[in-house]
Design a protein around this ligand. Sequence first.
Ligand SMILES: C[S@@+](CC[C@H](N)C(=O)[O-])C[C@H]1O[C@@H](n2cnc3c(N)ncnc32)[C@H](O)[C@@H]1O
Length: 293
Amino acid sequence: MKDKRYRILILQVTPKNLDLALGFLYKLGLTTLEQKRNRSGTWLLVKVGFDQITREFTDPFLKFKTEDGQRIFKSIKYKTILHGRWAQALQKDLRPFMLVSPREESSDLPTLWIEPRRKISKLLRKDTLYIQPGMAFGTGEHPTTQMSAELLCKVLVQEKKAKVLDLGCGTGILAMVAKKMGVKTVWGIDNDPTALEVAQENFSRNKIKEIVLKETLDETRQKFQVIVSNILFKTLVELKDKILRHLAPQGFLIISGIVYQDCEALIEEYKNLTLIERKNKDAWSALLFKNEN
Ligand SMILES: C[S@@+](CC[C@H](N)C(=O)[O-])C[C@H]1O[C@@H](n2cnc3c(N)ncnc32)[C@H](O)[C@@H]1O
């Protein structure tokens, strides 16, 4: 009978050694299921077979070191999961993690945390967004959301008076990031009514008011100084004309939801705009454009 159990390796790495760690896993043919940052470090969650964890298997992890002798994998733990129970197992495990943090090249970025929280509570930290746990997408853990949030903060540090549109807002994280950055007018648009309901719940959970939620961009003619759209390559191509029509002169467009290989094609689609920055994380990319027309 096929074993119903498998293991999740939980590996702790220091952020500066993340690429080395991912390369090591890649060579072993192991796929990273999740990458998390929380107050105690960066964690990689990797699925392996139930019988795979032996001394011979874990030894190379422990022996993998930087040139100056520091261990790449600071700790290795594992847990056993029953097939089909991944979501429940993960929910128990949800801890606060950093969505945005100051970088060497951009130290004026704020620190923003995400804390999964089931109940609505009165105690809220200014630097934290509280999100309903257990959503398939929209918990802020996806690299495209993290890169979009970082680029959004970077733009909004300079452009506080901007009107911001989060197109494909999902559970509303990026719209809330704009609010946390002090923006007055924020719109969130999503063609999935369930996403809009969850977004509205998240706004209440965070006591954030005055984000306009709509199902389609056709409901407004106004222009936005900043548009952030973490959707998918195909949709970003389909919506191009509408996006450009709603982007103010000298405005900024942040797009993500694209895999690395699709970047060039998307840059070509948006060639009327000036590409300012490109970010890559795992297999994903995010692009920042300026409308200099
Ligand atoms: C990948 S999710 C990203 C959610 C959110 N921006 C985030 O980063 O967590 C993409 C979202 O875009 C929405 N979407 C897809 N096509 C759309 C369209 N044509 N107009 C508006 N929303 C769309 C989906 O319903 C989904 O919620």
